[in-house]
Design a protein around this ligand. Structure first.
Ligand code: TYM
Length: 346
């Protein structure tokens, strides 16, 4: 049966890109799929301590991402919400995948190149092997569908390559032990909606990101109404009014981004936004966008504040979720051990 898995890193502030590209779309899948949503704390520590904020920062961000999941309407009883480090099988399968994936495959990962920057000698080996852990996250549940933003597409392709190579390398053992033709499914990315790639408000050629030094480049989920309005007012645009057809957004990255954000927040298409605002100046469109953003985001921020005021409750959600996640992951990992030939207690 179709199973959804996705993860969000607990590193600093969540922003509008995380929400429109991922978290805000997770809840919609819960009526049709069996969903597992993870706070990927093991991934967070692949970067410098200053990025994930040390132990206090990590705990706070882990609770904040959990609160965002809950505030976005994910039901933690029907679905599973947990933090990655509580389920050992992620690390175990990641090690196996370190031995399946090839250096050449990982060398092609653009996110590693971006995150490691010029000083590649000084990047952690965890950052390099990160996509293997991500593949393990998904495959340890034999998940079939992975809702993510556009920037994760390459990592999903790698996860498929890893699943395929494992199935192939151990084809005889997989069949011999009654697992059929393939042990792992090839997981499919679900990259959907009008805001699968939200761009920086200051530069339409860069994606909105937690690591941009300018806070004006992004709308944080915890920004108040004034901050949201100010950031949208100051967002970079060109001097032309909005085009009268969607085609006219081509080559106008900043305008296209704002229209896409409006569409995603309103739950409508770019076409519908242009039908309403085509020909309008940004001095008209920006205040409308700011109102919409405040109207949609303020309740989420409020709910996140309410939830994070009770860390004990959040931690319990994660512990309960981890117990249920482990119950799925451990048998999958046992199968991997048997296929490879690791002796284990029976
Ligand atoms: P992370 O924590 O960087 O981002 C979380 C989710 O937000 C999406 N996203 C965006 N979507 C649209 N526009 C943007 N500007 C934008 N920025 C971020 C991301 O695509 C992601 O869906 N490697 C992952 C976390 C991860 C994961 C997994 C995801 C670890 N294991 C297994 C899926 C399945 C990451 O760093 O996401």
């Amino acid at each position: 049966s179709p199973r959804v898995f996705s993860g969000v890193q607990p590193t600093g502030n969540l922003h509008l890109g995380n929400y429109l590209g991922a978290i805000g779309r997770f809840a919609a899948l819960q009526s049709t799929h069996d969903c597992i949503y993870c706070v990927v704390d093991l991934h967070a520590i692949t970067q410098a301590r200053s990025v994930w904020g040390g132990p206090e920062g990590l705990r706070e961000s882990t609770r904040s991402v959990t609160a965002a999941y809950l505030a976005a309407g994910i039901d933690p009883v029907k679905n599973i919400i947990f933090n990655q480090s509580q389920v050992e099988a992620h690390s175990e399968l990641a090690w196996v995948f370190n031995c399946i994936a090839r250096m050449g495959w990982l060398n092609r990962m653009t996110q590693f190149k971006e995150k490691a920057g010029k000083d590649r000698e000084n990047a952690s080996t965890g950052l390099f092997a990160y996509p293997n852990l991500m593949a393990a996250d998904i495959l340890v549940y034999k998940a079939t569908h992975v809702p993510v933003g556009e920037d994760q597409k390459q990592h999903l392709e790698l996860a498929r390559d890893i699943a395929g190579k494992f199935n192939n390398d151990f084809a005889d053992e997989i069949a011999g032990q009654g697992f059929g033709e393939a042990y792992f499914p090839l997981p499919e990315p679900l990259i959907q909606g009008e805001a699968a790639r939200v761009m920086s408000l200051k530069d339409g050629s860069k994606k909105m990101s937690k690591s941009d030094p300018s806070d004006l480049s992004r709308i944080n989920l915890t920004d108040d109404a004034d901050a949201i309005a100010q950031k949208i007012r100051r967002a970079r645009t060109d001097p032309e009014p909005l085009p009268s057809e969607v085609k006219g957004l081509e080559g106008r990255a900043e305008a296209d981004n704002l229209v896409g954000i409006y569409a995603a927040l309103a739950g409508i298409s770019r076409e519908a936004v242009i039908a309403e605002f085509g020909g309008a100046q940004f001095s008209t469109f920006k205040p409308a966008l700011a109102d919409l953003a405040v109207q949609k985001l303020a309740p989420i921020a409020g709910e996140m504040r309410r939830l994070t005021a009770d860390p004990g409750h959040i931690d319990q959600v994660l512990v309960d979720g981890a117990d249920r996640a482990r119950a799925i992951a451990e048998p999958v990992m046992d199968g991997v051990k048997d296929i490879i030939g690791f002796i284990r207690k029976r």
